[in-house]
Design a protein. Structure first.
Length: 326
């Protein structure tokens, strides 16, 4: 069993993630062998396991009582992430995820909905087998609620050509940033790290999550489908207007409206024309400045953590992650 090459230079983290992946694969074994095989293949299809990795790294700033339970907790976070991806693909009618057919493309929306729901139950099953601490369980429930409310908020913003940067931030805070923030915080909390480190972990996770999503949205306009392992321009066509587009529209909204008013009827050529407009009005460059701001905040906070090997790993991985090309 292998994990993403990102972790090859960190054998201890690599080992922990391999064990976490084993827990994930075992946890989704059900009578439906096709769904089991699809999920296990999805787990192995290039995902970096970032959320469990951050959890595991921050858990080293406290006391570890049981590695088995720690792996279950780490696995639960990735399972929750995958459940949201499956549901995202249903809403967006996306045919591809991680360079392979999405669950909804393979089996239809009905089965995909139940598969995502099934993973939510796996998430809570792993959680309750990792801890009997009611506060930890409550924190997980609150985090899951914020993620789902973030998804609902996103639905309200679809095709809103008047969307503001503030609304965009609010959306990604409740979606991507929430799970990064929680993964970091829960690692420190689960290991009973000092309260100051728990709060630092929370801030670090928030800034990583914000920068990560902004970079993801930037790459959607800069990369090919092969680079991204999913269709590019998908968000724009589905009415999800992200930071590069919002910032460019702020310069000349009238130039974009004839395109965006076509919604799903937007052709591939027209999407490329919108991309050209975004470049013309510096939407990508302006978004990169904001992503860099969040990145620097995360790296500055990591530098303030106690000196130990995990601090250096966190710094390097975060630096690589937030300056990625795909």
């Amino acid at each position: 069993m292998t994990v993403h090459p990102l972790w090859e230079i960190y054998p201890a983290v690599q080992k922990d993630l391999i064990e976490t992946k084993r827990v994930m694969e075992k946890s989704v074994k059900i009578r439906n062998k096709e769904i089991t095989a699809t999920l296990q293949l999805f787990f192995g299809a290039g995902g970096k396991l970032l959320r469990p990795a951050y959890f595991l790294l921050f858990s080293k700033f406290g006391t570890i009582e049981s590695d088995k339970k720690r792996y279950r907790m780490a696995a639960s976070l990735e399972i929750l992430h995958v459940a949201t991806l499956i549901h995202d693909d249903i809403i967006d009618d996306s045919p591809v995820r991680r360079s392979m057919p999405s669950v909804q493309a393979l089996y239809g929306k009905d089965i995909a909905v139940y598969t995502g729901d099934f993973l939510f139950t796996v998430y809570f099953h792993l959680l309750t087998n990792a801890t009997n601490d009611l506060k930890t369980i409550s924190l997980n429930a609150q985090s899951m609620k914020r993620i789902l409310v973030g998804e609902l908020d996103q639905m309200n913003l679809r095709y809103n050509t008047d969307i503001t940067v503030k609304q965009y931030f609010q959306h990604i805070k409740g979606k991507t940033a929430q799970l990064f923030e929680f993964s970091c915080y829960e690692g420190a909390h689960y290991a009973h790290a000092p309260k100051t480190i728990q709060l630092q972990a929370k801030r670090i996770g928030y800034n990583i999550g914000m920068a990560f999503q902004i970079m993801d949205d930037i790459l959607d306009y800069k990369s090919t489908e092969e680079d991204m392992q999913k269709p590019v321009f998908e968000d724009m066509k589905n009415g999800y207007y992200t930071l590069p587009l919002i910032l460019a529209m702020n310069e000349n909204r009238a130039a974009f409206l004839p395109y965006l008013e076509k919604k799903t009827d937007l052709s591939n050529q027209e999407m490329k024309e919108v991309q050209t407009l975004i470049e013309t009005y510096k939407g990508i460059e302006k978004a990169e400045v904001i992503a860099e701001r969040f990145t620097n905040k995360a790296l500055t906070s990591i530098n303030k953590l106690p000196d130990r090997e995990e601090k250096d790993i966190l710094y390097h991985v975060t630096e690589v992650l937030l300056n990625r090309n795909n």
